[in-house]
Design a protein around this ligand. Sequence first.
Ligand SMILES: Cc1cc2nc3c(=O)[nH]c(=O)nc-3n(C[C@H](O)[C@H](O)[C@H](O)COP(=O)(O)O)c2cc1C
Length: 199
Amino acid sequence: MDTQNSALLKDLLSTRRSVRSFSEEPLSLAVLETFLYAGQGCTSGDGRRTAPSAHALHPLVLRVVVRQVEGLAPGVYTYDCQAGKLSRVAGPIANGSLNSAALGDEKWLEDAPAVIAIVAKRGLAIDHFSAQQADGLRGARYVDFEAGASAQNIYLAVTAAGLGGVVVMGFDDIKMKQALGLERALFPIALFCVGNPLK
Ligand SMILES: Cc1cc2nc3c(=O)[nH]c(=O)nc-3n(C[C@H](O)[C@H](O)[C@H](O)COP(=O)(O)O)c2cc1C
């Protein structure tokens, strides 16, 4: 990496902060797509992604609760990382439902114009790595680790765009799975609230 890129990366790393207050300004779809690319974009024909994955299993999926994004009707979307596109899987979720699945009062879950949910085919990872550790903890740990890499990529992309966001993991897993309307095979790992910071 050349000196200029190193300086840019250092600048992003040093200015990254969690932001929990958002203005009412909508997000641009193009900008949202850069965050999704950072989190789980496909970077090769054989399915490698922007975040590392043990055995290249890639158990993570990004869902997005869209509230105010230019060009997208409010609702729940899934990110197709091969195509780099969002497709709608459900209509808007009820106001307050994300916060009511949280362990504390996390009002930024309701205020953010978009909430990126990092969800995982957790059972797939647990089964896959059970030969290495039968209790399933290895697969579960790998999923959490990969979600952390994805979340940090999103943090840096959000910082680079001059926007703000925060990762939220303090929630009841079962309630959050219901609030997001996730299919049986998907398990919520982390949510990333994103928007224009309130000045
Ligand atoms: C594993 C993990 C879980 C977190 N969960 C929450 C959360 O539930 N709610 C929240 O507001 N922030 C959450 N955060 C964000 C931290 O509170 C934040 O990173 C910390 O206060 C340091 O601030 P900074 O990100 O601005 O450096 C979480 C961060 C991590 C790494």
